[in-house]
Design a protein around this ligand. Structure first.
Ligand SMILES: [Zn+2]
Length: 152
């Protein structure tokens, strides 16, 4: 089954974890292009064609305070806005993100607000954890070494 479009809020102390700036340009290019090709040059969530953006997906093990890179996917700019919903509201595009979420997931406005509420709770809970460590096994498996000692 296709994965639903979802919010992926990054805990505040992890905001500086940015793969793109940590990799050699040619490595980032490889990661990015592989992600685009992996989904037939379509958005991972909605299937849109056209200009795609590379999005890093992280998981958060709250018990062990580990932020783990799970992969990089290709997203259209509208789904990318939904994924980074906090930032999107901050720049005044909350309504557009809500429309996209409802359209792609085929859901109602109240379901949107419910999902957003859950994501917010998760965000606040994870924000209480200060010292996340980073698991970059995903990169290692692809023979990629970050240029800089990642991130914190
Ligand atoms: Zn999309």
């Amino acid at each position: 089954m296709k994965e639903k479009l979802c919010f992926e809020m990054v805990p505040e102390s992890c905001w500086r974890a940015n793969l793109r700036s940590a990799l050699a340009p040619e490595d980032w290019d490889k990661v990015r292009k592989t992600a685009y090709a992996a989904n037939g040059h379509r958005c991972y969530f909605c299937g849109a064609q056209g200009r795609l953006e590379a999005h890093e997906r992280w998981s958060y093990d709250e018990n062990n305070a580990v932020q783990k890179l799970e992969g990089v996917v290709a997203l259209c700019s509208r789904c990318h806005e939904v994924v980074h919903i906090g930032r999107t509201y901050a720049v005044g595009r909350g309504d557009e993100a809500m429309e996209q979420f409802m359209r792609v997931n085929g859901c109602t406005q109240s379901e949107y607000h419910e999902a957003l509420g859950k994501a917010n709770e998760e965000y606040l809970r994870r924000n209480k954890i200060e010292n996340w460590s980073i698991d970059l096994t995903w990169l290692k498996e692809r023979g990629i070494t970050p240029l800089v000692k990642i991130f914190y």
